[in-house]
Design a protein around this ligand. Structure first.
Ligand SMILES: NC(=O)c1ccc[n+]([C@@H]2O[C@H](COP(=O)([O-])OP(=O)(O)OC[C@H]3O[C@@H](n4cnc5c(N)ncnc54)[C@H](O)[C@@H]3O)[C@@H](O)[C@H]2O)c1
Length: 378
């Protein structure tokens, strides 16, 4: 598809970072502030923590599905750049919360596109998509292969990519889409039991527990320290050739889960003590190609070695107070829900016993009351 080009070369501007109190969003917000931009972090705190939003940014507690709030903020602030990270990003869990996943992630993105287009001020809409759009495609995953997502999370990401491309075609909304994969690092939500294997391992190590390994642990992933991608994403708005492109972004080298578990144990100074769980339906060896990213961003693409990244993350993790599992959306389908997740939920009394859905059927106004008002960081 031919895309319409960027309207501008980069200059410090007003940036909206959705999901800016989350893990990756907060690092990108920091990088934007360092580059001299003004930053507003919008987050409903469903997964993130307000203290993650960097000092120097304006924090707004709100939901990307709240069209009125978005219209109000776009009118007031006239954003130049939108960096869209806000999502409930739990790939495996998304099979059991599909309606919520589509409503929160895909409808939320559509609401944000509406506001961006209507504002007439947005010079770049940067979207955090995911390698989940490739599903179980074999071989090296280049941006040219046809995406075949195989879970609602991946489908919602692919649908949002298409929606953004369509908004470009129809309204000229300039965009850059990144397909990220397996990002880990400081400020990741360590309490999240459904994703982020590095966070799960470090939490288990800090609690003196065994490392839970799904299947035989021989599946491989390219683990990406957040520092490898945050600056690239923040500075992409200055790379004209990146506009209108979908770009894989992440670390190059693959490791097995067993290798990762050993390295995490070493970083924590603990013996390697695995606890093998039943296998699950997942892509065994996804490998993303980064040829396009290297061509576009060249020397900005610096992979932090896994051992160094794990050391940094462990140091951070051992100094923060233990994080608590936040109440999430209720299960829509209980059939086939993995036994180890059930045990976890029983022990935390969070999702399965929840008497009513946490977000279900909340009108915008209600959601807003539930998730709070706008306020400024001290
Ligand atoms: N971490 C990864 O490995 C990875 C890989 C591929 C893609 N991504 C994408 O990158 C983005 C950031 O992921 P992350 O790992 O930092 O997760 P995260 O959960 O730390 O950050 C997401 C943030 O979005 C917020 N949020 C969720 N729904 C919202 C809504 N409706 N309105 C406003 N805020 C909302 C959450 O509170 C959270 O702070 C997500 O879009 C995710 O899909 C992440």
């Amino acid at each position: 598809m031919k895309t319409k080009g960027a309207k501008t070369a980069v200059q410090p501007g007003k940036c909206l970072v959705t999901g800016g109190a989350g893990f990756i969003g907060s690092h990108v917000a920091e990088a934007l502030l360092r580059a001299g931009h003004k930053v507003v972090c919008l987050d409903n705190l469903a997964g993130g923590f307000q203290e993650n939003a960097p000092r120097g940014a304006l924090f707004i507690r709100g939901d990307i599905n709240d069209g009125n709030l978005l219209v109000e903020q776009f009118k007031k602030i006239r954003f130049d750049y939108v960096f869209h990270f806000g999502a409930f990003a739990a790939e495996g869990l998304s099979h059991f919360i599909r309606e919520f996943t589509f409503r929160n992630n895909q409808c939320g993105t559509a609401t944000l596109i509406d506001a961006a287009v209507n504002s007439g001020s947005v010079r770049a809409f940067v979207f955090a998509s995911s390698a989940a759009v490739y599903g179980k495609a074999p071989g090296k995953l280049s941006e040219r292969i046809a995406p075949e997502p195989c879970d609602p999370y991946g489908i919602s990401k692919r649908a949002s990519e298409l929606d953004i491309q369509t908004a470009n075609q129809f309204f000229g909304l300039p965009f850059i889409i990144f397909r990220l994969h397996n990002v880990y690092g400081e400020r990741q939500n360590l309490a999240d039991p459904y994703r982020n294997v590095v966070g799960i391992f470090l939490r288990q190590l800090l609690a003196g527990k065994r490392l839970s390994i799904i299947g035989d642990g021989k599946q491989t992933r390219q683990f990406t320290h957040v520092s490898t991608i945050a600056n690239v994403i923040a500075s992409a708005i200055g790379v004209k050739q990146a506009f209108g492109e979908i770009i894989n972004l992440g670390a190059g080298k693959s490791y097995t889960i067993l290798e990762l578990a050993r390295k995490c144990s070493k970083a924590a100074g603990s013996p390697f003590d695995p606890d093998f769980l039943p296998p699950r339906d997942e892509a065994p060896h996804p490998v993303c190609s980064h040829i396009k990213a290297r061509k576009l961003f060249g020397d900005k693409m610096v992979d932090l070695p896994l051992e160094t990244g794990l050391q940094r993350m462990f140091q951070w993790a051992s100094t923060v107070a233990p994080m608590v599992l936040k109440p999430g959306p209720s299960l829509e389908i209980a059939q086939g829900f993995p036994e180890h997740w059930k045990n976890l939920l029983r022990s935390t009394q969070k999702l399965l016993e929840s008497p009513k859905p946490q977000f279900e059927g909340l009108a915008n106004e209600q959601r807003r009351r539930e998730f709070g008002d706008t306020r400024r960081l001290p």
